[in-house]
Write a protein that binds this ligand. Sequence first.
Ligand code: SAH
Length: 319
Amino acid sequence: MAAANARYYAAGDPFREFATAPGISQAFGEILGLWAATVWEGLGRPDPVRLVELGPGRGTLMADALRAVGRVAPDFRSALRLHLVETSPALRAAQAALLPEAGWHERFEEVPPGPILLLANEFLDALPIRQFVRRLDGWMERFVGAGGRFVERPAVAPAGAAADTLGAVNEVCEPALRLASLLGARLRASPGAALFIDYGPAASAAGESLQALRGGRPADPLADPGTADLSAHVDFQSFAAAAQAAGAVVSGPVPQGIFLTRLGLFQRLDRLARGRGPAEAAALLAAGRRLAEPDGMGRLFKALGLASPDGPELPGFSL
Ligand code: SAH
């Protein structure tokens, strides 16, 4: 599954197929940029500071963020050094067109030491998972076998299994847990904060969430490897626990709609809509509502914050 997804992202421009928040409204990236600027103030304005994005896609979020920061937080704008973590050559090229000042890394570990602010939208859901199933005679792990079918092989119990009732599927995302530990240790060692926005339940739960989208429509995850976007729900609880165990202070998760609304999404949309015609203004507001409303992306998507132990309170996580 890992290889298939890496191939999918490497193949070109997957975002023609499904819309993520930055492509829905420019206000999303702008608000995240101002979130970073506010946290930077709270950290005591470290200069330089590394602004890191994991899996930036086409670079839209960061371009919107930097435009907003340049207007309202010029000191942060000149203190920040941009680091993008991206494995897909095609998406790196797209990012370079919008963000020529950036430096690129294959993995988070390669980002040089020092104070950091990190943003990641829909990154964790793209990381490969392992699926374990509880059967009568013990735990089995699912693999993709010959002929592109799932096969099960005996396995040891997955760490932190959410349920061990018969037939229960437990998904484990090891790269996400490794990242949480690395980031937790880094935030303990030097000042900083991280913001993850992704979809999944707030508490760990058993169940299968692996899904494939091909041409924007649900598809068989095992058919034609590399041609569909594979993703799985993010287990925020396990991710947060791993980051905390390594030394970070955790905020959230809170639903995306609440998070963005607290940070002024609708004020920003109102401002963007001023002076536009009624149809354009309505479209701007509709896009914002899609990000915030419970039956859009407002509830399933969550924001999770991580900060250094003596860091500031992160905006958007409490009233
Ligand atoms: N943040 C963007 C894109 C989300 S899609 C948005 O919100 O639109 C996931 C992104 O993560 C893509 O850029 C993909 O190429 C990248 N990616 C996936 N697995 C990765 C990995 N292991 N390391 C680095 N980047 C990865």
